[in-house]
Design a protein around this ligand. Structure first.
Ligand code: DLL
Length: 435
């Protein structure tokens, strides 16, 4: 079903007119209320009244994750802090999270776009909805929760982890719709198999999967193991959280971007020049209606292509492909963003360690696993006492968990045992995941 028929099936000319008027209002608003934008517009030599058509967006400057970090925590808010009813955060490159805020109207708009996602993915009012995205500072859990309640689903706010309990609840509550990361969907299927349950007999029919990159091969595997149609949901905290775009079950061919709220561009990541439909480039979003933390031309770092052609589901909204990669070194481990620089910031705090480290990502069965190998400092006792090595590993693990937010296995290895750069780029990240 289509949740908001007028918005999702609007003729593209009407949509463009709506976007242009919302863009004009947005630019005036941030120019008035956010010094960062006023100064950025000045530097770019552009005044709000010069932004009249959608094409004028190219005169506006970019916003990047570093800009949010530089104004940590609330510096880019466009409303007084006491009008912000919710904060969320995602990992930043340095260990400081990126903080995002929502007014009451933002929370309502967010629920609306998440309801659209669930409807596109096969959900209907009255369905039992198993929400296995993490609740907390991560946007996934609460974002989907509000969307599902708005639709009138019966929400099971199970959050992530504790696979045993998840299987029990799925068996007892008989949900028709599930939302989680694609890798966790596979974990649940495998865990069912391991317990002698046939996952094909579960009640689930629709799976709304995202927060991390996945592939058509993974989709086929999921749909083979489980009785579900699996669709992609995409989003990022800086733009809203989940709910930026979602695939429809009818076509399963690209995620409809909710363009009445999020203006999307695909640009060449080096030149910033716009790319034609079908060409892979960096996704850039401008939030047209957000109040607390509007962003102008936000560079996501995510690589995908765009297809504005009509879809058989009846939606007129352009579709983005699955995300095929990133422009930076951000890793996504079990849905959580991890930057190698975060790991480095922890390693250098320990005098017993040298700054030579390597990250190794494997996929044990279906779940991503991250191990960091770090050389001991050669001037120490070389980790002579093994138990001291283990204690050190435990301390580093703990510190990493504090900074990155997930468990990372730590192995302290002997000095000189990790590869060194031979003039070219040093590969600090070995990604052994195959799909
Ligand atoms: O991951 C929001 C979300 C929650 C989306 C639940 C979907 C479902 P962040 O933690 O800020 O927000 O991470 C955003 O995750 O820039 C992408 O690199 C990646 N990402 C999110 N969805 C997808 C997807 C949430 N469907 C970053 N495919 C984004 C590939 C995705 N990558």
């Amino acid at each position: 079903m289509i949740w908001n028929v007028p918005a999702e099936t609007m003729p593209r000319d009407d949509l463009a007119a709506l976007q242009a008027s919302r863009l004009q209002a947005l630019v005036r608003r941030v120019d008035e209320r956010v010094p960062f934008y006023r100064q950025a517009f000045e530097r770019a030599g552009v005044r709000p009244e010069q932004i009249r058509t959608l094409a004028d967006i190219r005169r506006l400057p970019w916003t990047r994750k570093t800009d949010l970090r530089d104004h940590y925590p609330f510096g880019l808010f466009a409303v007084p802090r006491d009008q912000v009813v919710r904060l969320h955060a995602s990992s930043g490159t340095t260990g400081k999270p990126t903080v995002v805020g929502y007014t009451r109207a933002d929370v309502q708009m967010w629920a609306e776009v998440c309801a659209r996602c669930l409807a596109a993915g096969g959900g209907r009012p009255g369905d039992v909805f198993h929400n296995a995205y993490g609740y907390g500072l991560f946007t996934g859990g609460l974002g989907m929760h509000y969307g599902a309640e708005l639709m009138g689903m019966t929400v099971v706010p199970v959050s992530g982890g504790n696979t045993e309990r998840q299987l029990l609840l799925i068996g007892d509550f008989q949900p028709r719709v599930i939302a989680c990361t694609p890798s966790y969907m596979l974990t649940l299927a495998e865990a069912a198999l391991a317990r002698g349950l046939d996952p094909r007999r579960l009640s689930l029919r629709f799976a709304v999967l995202g927060a991390e990159p996945w592939t058509e091969a993974m989709r086929r595997q999921i749909e083979r193991l489980l009785p579900v149609r699996a669709v992609n949901i995409y989003g990022l905290s800086e733009v809203i959280g989940p709910g930026v775009s979602n695939e429809c079950v009818e076509a399963q061919q690209g995620s409809h971007v909710f363009e009445d709220h999020f203006l999307v561009e695909v640009v060449d990541p080096r030149s910033g020049e716009p790319l034609p439909p079908g060409e892979v480039g960096e996704l850039v979003f401008t939030t047209l209606t957000k109040e607390a933390l509007p962003v102008i031309r936000y560079r996501t770092g995510d690589l995908a292509s765009l297809d504005p052609s009509p879809c058989r589901c009846g939606r007129t909204l352009a579709r983005m492909s699955l995300v095929v990669g990133r422009t930076d070194d951000m890793l996504i481990i079990r849905g959580i963003n991890v930057f190698p620089s975060q790991v480095e910031s922890v390693v250098v705090q320990f005098p017993e360690l040298s700054p030579h480290y390597q990250l190794r990502i494997t996929r044990e069965r279906t779940l991503d696993d991250l191990e960091v190998r770090i050389e001991a400092d050669p001037s120490g006792d070389g980790g002579a006492a093994a138990d001291r090595g283990a204690a050190l590993e435990a301390r580093v693990t703990e510190r990493l968990r504090g900074v990155v937010g997930i468990h990372i296995r730590v192995r302290v290895v002997s000095p000189g045992s990790l590869p060194r750069s031979e003039g070219g780029k040093l590969r600090r990240v070995i990604d052994e995941r195959t799909s």
